[in-house]
Design a protein around this ligand. Sequence first.
Ligand SMILES: Cc1cc2nc3c(=O)[nH]c(=O)nc-3n(C[C@H](O)[C@H](O)[C@H](O)COP(=O)(O)OP(=O)(O)OC[C@H]3O[C@@H](n4cnc5c(N)ncnc54)[C@H](O)[C@@H]3O)c2cc1C
Length: 469
Amino acid sequence: MEPVIWWVRKDLRVSDNPALHAAIEAGGPVLPVFILDEVFETYGACPLWRFGLGVAKLAETLEAKGARLILRRGRAEDVMDALVRETGARSVRWSRAYDPDQVARDKAVKARLDGLGVDAKSVPGHLLFEPWSIATGQGGFYRVYTPFWRAAKDKPVRELLPAPARIPAPEVWPESDRLADWGLDARMRRGASVVLPYTCVGEDAARDRLDRFIDERVARYQSERDLPAVPATSKLSENLAWGEISPAALWHAGVRALEDGKAEAEIFLKEVVWREFAYHLVWHTPHITKDNWREGWDRFPWNTEDTDEVVAWKQGRTGIRFVDAAMREMYVTGHMHNRSRMIVASYLTKHLLSHWKIGLDWFEECLIDWDPASNAMGWQWSAGSGPDATPYFRVFNPETQIEKFDKQGDYVSRWIAEDYANPSKTALSYFDAVPESWGLSASDPYPQPIVSAAEGRARALQAYEARDF
Ligand SMILES: Cc1cc2nc3c(=O)[nH]c(=O)nc-3n(C[C@H](O)[C@H](O)[C@H](O)COP(=O)(O)OP(=O)(O)OC[C@H]3O[C@@H](n4cnc5c(N)ncnc54)[C@H](O)[C@@H]3O)c2cc1C
């Protein structure tokens, strides 16, 4: 029988995977195919490496189900064209993407497959709700989160799909590249071995993570989720980014917790819907990923160069402890606490008056949970250039934020080594993770602030007053 191609992308799971189900339902043997294409090739060092770990794990899972993951590299439409000709596949199914780079790629693939007479269909799976399925009373899109949440919260979320016991296999498998030959870790340099212990790869690990979070943390989520030293959040952004768990799985688990009397689970559900909101914005205003959402900000004189201040920010050497702790946390673990993301973003765009795109790109380089929609929304929110953004004149004070959110200094001592008689292991590991060319040593004195909280605030407010928009 003619095979059906399941085009695997950022949906690295067999449980609750509507694209895999659609492929099986199309009838015939299923060929799972992952293409390292022109979009994925451009991903930052850490996301690309982490993506590779997830692909390897899915390949193992598929083997246990009698299937194989075929790996190919190249322009997606060309690879797909060649595969269809080679295998005689008549149908292709994939999980729909919503960010502009993937949408453009998918359109090109769909057009090519249509031209070949192949039945090519995408199915939802990456989100709870299709971005166009939530609309204002006037039929437009939401620019503000709270009414979006109100519109979303009572919408039905589909039931989870079970993992198939077996995946029907073809008699002959096409050739596959070897993942190791792709060198997806090449740009991680020595960072890979440092970040690896902080990863939680694959759908089984993601499900365990969700279960543990619901059992142990969700009941205290509202009260502790803003404390970066406390393991209070789910860390599931890593798994959602690569599709190792579906947002529907988070949603149903959160609703069950709420029904079990864990009232703080509602805040968790609201956070999951922030991710939906990010995709809602990206779908309706794709320029949010690359340009100021509010055009007026095009005229704001942000620094766009890698100045010494920007380099110090990237390297966690601004002399502002909360900022440096956060930047080092990200470099070592590939994750950064949400409160910390807001603080470092505010410091870069406001105290240092540097463009949010510098931060957007650096996060894309360093995060294992990098997500094009949440990252763009988060940066534009912080800079004041986005919809529903923090008011431009609200400048987080990183020193008072420490007093509020890291009173005992646990977070700072976890990530800053300099000037401590007995630095923590985690703080020291930063110096193993960073490239030697940065020339950093834990025995160096901790830097003086490059721009103090007060000075930066005054400078930012002055620049804002001079705006002509
Ligand atoms: C400047 C900036 C950049 C960001 N970049 C990213 C990014 O690249 N990838 C990413 O996944 N998130 C990003 N976020 C959002 C947020 O910081 C992370 O989703 C969150 O820290 C993930 O940790 P968690 O899984 O433990 O979250 P939890 O507190 O357990 O929340 C559960 C889930 O809700 C979603 N969520 C929570 N907060 C947000 C939020 N503010 N925006 C969108 N979704 C949210 C995430 O999917 C998260 O996994 C960014 C935020 C800012 C301010």
